[in-house]
Ligand binder design. Structure first.
Ligand code: AMP
Ligand code: MG
Length: 406
């Protein structure tokens, strides 16, 4: 057996970002930046008011209440050009409006009352109060973000605020998913000995969740020629291939033979010191990475999380490629025996009313047991030994949202 770290290091060594593409900001959510972006303009582009109120000279409010002459109005979107803020006067301004020259504070409408064409200011203001200075959010010339930053809604908003409409990002990998095994069927009525191919939709979903483009390559029978044709065609046309089944030690099918041949002997057949998902293969077919995941449904998902997902994020140029691993209180026991392996148990993380993270085991922990997977949102990482008792602290890898308090 080799450690998880060794298997990951072997896998990830060759993954570099795909070539860059240029996209409209409006359709670039979820892509990763190829490099930093330089702000060509200030944000906000001009000084403006943070509140609905009156632009004034802050010194005039030193001893409230004071009466100021109302000398005009500027709405958001209007210009302040030609509006003069004379001594002893105020100009009505609406949130976001530019300010007349000489403005040194804006009083909120709540701190005033209007009497005829006079504004009575009932509060003393400090210099700059309620003014958003030009460039106070982003200064022109600033270098923002960096290579590998994901275009989240917040980042897209910032790019747009500095006038960027097109952005250079790394491309998205097209990832083929192939199931192998003679036991697999898609007949409505299962013949004796057959099972449905549940891995394929699961893995296609995981590929999509990892931000890549899933390509359904169907299932292939344990037939040398069919397997060879399917794998070589997939490797020719796609950026990565994920296959399940036929990678275990005792496997009797042809997947191994065929992959060994097509990869020119570069496939490495690993026994990783983890449970589930011990058997795992990785190599290249003509430069295209191929992940050979175990057929057991839970194992294939755990393998995907540990090996495929980070690699797909690397192809997308992401700088952060790992799921969050955090500490939680075990709300149930996580029992196990020493076996030299790290156990990854399907579990449900939630927050207590106080906001503390806790985690409970779900379902039966067999590598063939799918039902627990569907109700889990994390993997509890239980190191070699005798497991954890309720109340112990355990590490969890979060793989989904948490039912929380807010
Ligand atoms: P293998 O890795 O081929 O030895 O398969 C291990 C177990 O996973 C066997 O019980 C298979 O029937 C099952 N299995 C393999 N492929 C799939 C699949 N695509 N969907 C569901 N179960 C599968
Ligand atoms: Mg098999």
């Amino acid at each position: 057996m080799i450690s998880l770290g060794e298997a990951q290091a072997f896998t990830f060594g060759g993954f570099t970002p795909l070539p860059a593409v240029e996209l409209e900001v409006t359709s670039a959510a979820g892509y990763y930046l190829t490099g930093p972006v330089v702000a060509a303009t200030d944000v906000p582009p001009f000084s403006n008011t943070a509140v609905d109120g009156y632009a004034l000279h802050f010194e005039t409010t030193a001893a409230p209440p004071v009466r100021l002459h109302l000398a005009g109005e500027i709405a958001a979107g209007a210009t302040s050009q030609g509006v003069v803020l004379a001594a002893g006067s105020a100009v009505r301004v609406l949130t976001g409006a530019p300010l007349p020259d000489g403005t040194s504070a804006v009083v909120m409408v709540e701190d005033t009352r209007l009497e005829g064409d006079e504004v009575v200011v009932t509060k003393a203001l400090g210099e700059g109060e309620n003014i958003r200075e030009a460039g106070s959010d982003i200064a022109r010339g600033a270098s923002l973000f960096g290579a590998g930053i994901r275009l989240t809604p917040g980042v897209l908003g910032v790019l747009t605020s500095i006038g960027i409409t097109r952005v250079a990002v790394f491309g998205k990998p097209r990832v083929g998913v192939i199931s192998t095994g003679d036991e697999l069927s898609d007949e409505a009525e299962l013949a004796p000995g057959k099972i449905y191919d549940s891995n394929r939709p699961t893995l296609l979903g995981l590929v999509a969740e990892a931000g890549a483009v899933p390509v359904d390559l169907g299932r292939v029978r344990d037939d040398k020629a069919l397997l060879a044709a399917a794998f070589s065609e997939a490797a020719r046309n796609l950026d990565a291939v994920v296959t399940t089944g036929g990678v275990s030690v005792g496997d009797y099918d042809y997947t191994k033979v065929v992959l060994e041949e097509l990869s020119g002997g570069s496939m490495r057949w690993m026994q990783v010191a983890i449970k589930p998902a011990k058997p795992y293969a990785f190599g290249y077919i003509g430069g295209t990475p191929l992940f050979g995941l175990p057929g057991n449904p839970v194992s294939s998902v755990v393998s995907f999380e540990l090996f495929v997902r980070p690699a797909l994020l690397m192809l997308q140029g992401a700088s952060a490629t790992r799921r969050p691993v955090v500490s939680a209180t075990a709300a149930t026991a996580f029992r196990r025996r020493p076996d030299g392996k790290l156990h990854l148990n399907r579990a449900l993380a939630s927050t207590t009313p106080e906001g503390e993270l806790e985690v409970r085991a779900v379902g039966v922990q067999g590598s063939h047991v799918l039902s627990g997977l569907a109700s889990s949102n994390c993997l509890a990482l239980i190191p070699d030994g005798n497991g954890a008792a309720a109340g112990d602290r355990v590490q969890v890898m979060l793989t989904d949202e948490i039912r929380g308090n807010l």
